[in-house]
Structure formats: C-alpha cells, structure tokens
Design a binder for this molecule. Sequence first.
Ligand code: AMP
Ligand code: ZN
Length: 462
Amino acid sequence: MALQLYDTYARQKRVFRPADAHRVTMYLCGPTVYACAHIGNARPAVVFDTLVRLLRHTYGASHVVFARNITDVDDKIIAAAAKEGVPISAITSKYERIYHEDTAALNVLPPDIEPHATGHMAQMIALITALIEAGHAYAAQGHVLFDVPGFAGYGALSHRKLEDMIAGARVEVAAYKRHPADFVLWKPAADGEPGWDSPWGRGRPGWHLECSAMIEANLGTSIDIHAGGQDLIFPHHENERAQSMCAHGGKRLANYWIHNGFLDMDSEKMSKSLGNVKLIHDLLEAWPGEVLRLALLSAHYRAPLDWSEDLLHQAKATLDRHYGALRRLENVPAADVPPPKAFVAALEDDLNTPQALARLSALVSKANKAQTREEQALLKGQISAAGSLLGLLQESPEHWFKSDKGLGADDADAETIDALVAARVAARKARDWAEADRIRAQLTEMGIVVEDKADGSIWRRQ
Ligand code: AMP
Ligand code: ZN
C-alpha cells in the first residue's frame, strides 16, 4: 500500500507522491517561544514526528528533510521580555531550551533543520521586495501590506470567500490598508522594541512572512508537505501560501497540506487564552513521557482528542503490559526484522495511529502466547520495529519498571484497573457501547475479568 494523506487543500485523501523521492521535504510550524508549551502544543510535535518516522522508513532517512521552525520574535515575546526587563533573547533562549527538553521527553526526534525567524531577516526583506516588485504588496506608513484582492487564489486553502472573511472575521481595519483583508508583511518597531533596518524603516516581519521565508531559504520554493494545527489553516497558512505563490510566479508552496485536530479539555480547545492548559513540563512530573506520547497517538490525528486522567491511566496500563511482555522475553534476542506489513499499512492510511496501536497490541498478545524461541524472537523484533515507528517501546523493560513515577508498576496495578473500570461504567451510563466494549477488551488483554452487578462493576484477576 502507498501512503495516503488527507490534504486540506483538496479536501480528500490523496496518494502521497513526493516531487523527488530522494529529497522529501516537510515543514511544520514550530513554537513561539515565550512560555512553556502545553500538551495541546505537543500534539502537532508528536503526530508529525510520527509521520516523519514513517517517511524516513519509506524513503530512507537520508532522503527526508524535515524542518520545524522556532518563532523567536513576536508581540507576545516582546511583551514577556518587557515585563521582565530583559532582552527578547533571554526569553526565547530559555523557552526554546525547555521546548527541546519537553519534546525530547516525548520521544520527538530533533528536526533535520530548525530555522529561527531572527536568523532570516535578509531573506524576509528579499521576499517582501520581490512581492512589491511583482505588484502584490505595497508600503504605507512604515508598514508593508500584502494586497489580498490582487491574488485570485486567496481563500482556496481554507475554503473561504473573501467577502465572508471580511464579514465574519475580526480583520483589523487600519488607515494604511487599501483593503480590510490586506495583511502585514512588515511593521514598524516602536522605540525600545527590537527591530531590524529595512528599506521601509526599522521594524520587524509579520508572523506569516517568517514561515514563507524560512521555507524558501531551507527547503526551497515548493515543498512536499506543510503541516500544522487546524487553527493555523486560516489565516496563517492561507497567508503563507498567498505570499509564497505570488513571490514565485504562482508556483505551489506545498503539494500536501495536513492539519491536526485539537486537543480538548472538557470538550473545549486547550489554549492559553481559555486558561485550561496543562503544561508538558508539569505532566512530566507525574507521568513518563512515553505515557503522554501514547495518549497523544491514541486518537486519529485529525479527530479531536479529549485529555483526561483516564486517558493517561489507560496509556500507562497499555505500556505496562507491552513492557511486561518484553520483560518476559528479556533473554530472547530480537530478530532483525521490519515492522509487519499490516502495521505499516495502518500508518500509511492517513496515519491511522489507533489502528496501528491495535496491531501493536495484537503482536504483544501473540508474543505472550508464543511457545517457540524462534517465534518469540520474531515477535520481539516486530514489536521493537513497530514501536520504533511510533516512537514507543525503545527503553529496556527494566528501566521502564524502575523509573516508574510512583505509579505502582509491574503489570497492571489496582489503581489503573479501578480507573479503567470506572471509565467503562461511565461509558455504559452514556450508552457509549463501543467505548465500553473497547475498555473491556483492554481489561481482558490485561488479564482482568469484569462482572457487571446491579450496583456497579467489580473486577478480578484471571
Ligand atoms: P501556538 O503556540 O498557539 O502557536 O501553537 C503551536 C502549535 O500547537 C500550532 O501548530 C497549533 O496549531 C498547535 N496547537 C495549539 N493549541 C492546540 C490544541 N489545543 N490542540 C492541538 N494543537 C494545538
Ligand atoms: Zn508557519
């Protein structure tokens, strides 16, 4: 089977065909480094790391170039630096370091290229100059603006009409704009604010422009895959696309646009503005990073994912079971084999991680039952290869059970089982039979029998 990805632009799954199979290019909009990242921000980092692992597996590691940027100049960074009375670099270097630590704990591999916005001022100024020369941008009162009505393809990515965008959106109307939808490519720096010299005065770039310039400088004018969260489709990616296409004679910026769904808390998007965030840093105090990673991969990347304690307990129980199986095979050398075809096929189906995880669980069940050493070696090798594509199960079982963060490890512990049973009772109450069955199957795999009584459910070990 060939990789298929849901392309936001085409609004359908498309077979993935890179322009050059020897240089597959992918860009992910990275963090704005002014505060600790929350677990919602970790979702794109983890799911697209998984896609990069799959691309490397398919095309060869040296044939994939993955860039994830650092946005290190921005209004929020400037505000944070002003509040603390330090230069912006003091804020950005601190939070970039924490971001690296947090994502490394989630087994996110470092990108091949990590461009910084502040390191690309010359390219940004060149890009704006090209847009002005092509008649797609204009300077006004120290600003440079992109001329939205001059680009007929505007709105094609987010599937919005220009009139609706203006009617519905909070577009800033300013005297220097020719059209309310025109957006900023360059803006003047106020006194005391960080700024760079440019033909339009001292100032700084707009956020959208930064990504367009970093993509061009590091990957080229046209890339295979552009990724990010769904909240970036409009205006960020729509604007990136408009700028890059207009500066490059209409050449496509990305052949596939892919977007992850939101991570929610009580059905609301986790976001700083709503104040319902759980920081990766804090969660790592209580849970192994691998538990957080598995929880993030447990839903399909485009579906919403509701974050809860139950989800974490379930992920922990699954990993205990998997590492428990590997521990029992500790003296069996793993065969050097690729991940099974059916497992890879699940990932190739628009990165269907729930299905891939189900297949991994099935391999673990098989390994638990395997009788011959040969069969055990094969399954251990397959589990390890499949785990590596997901960024899971790469620790030694001994380390996994030792480093347990006071959660009571070994195979399934009582607290975890209680939590699962309670989640099943809740699912039954909500008449969510599919979820209730799924949890029962998980408990069965853990060797737990559940009995439903009139006044609740009880469990016992098999
Ligand atoms: P921000 O720091 O808000 O620019 O977000 C960084 C990345 O995290 C972007 O790709 C966002 O789309 C993504 N993101 C932010 N909040 C969430 C969320 N609750 N669920 C999933 N992705 C998110
Ligand atoms: Zn971007």
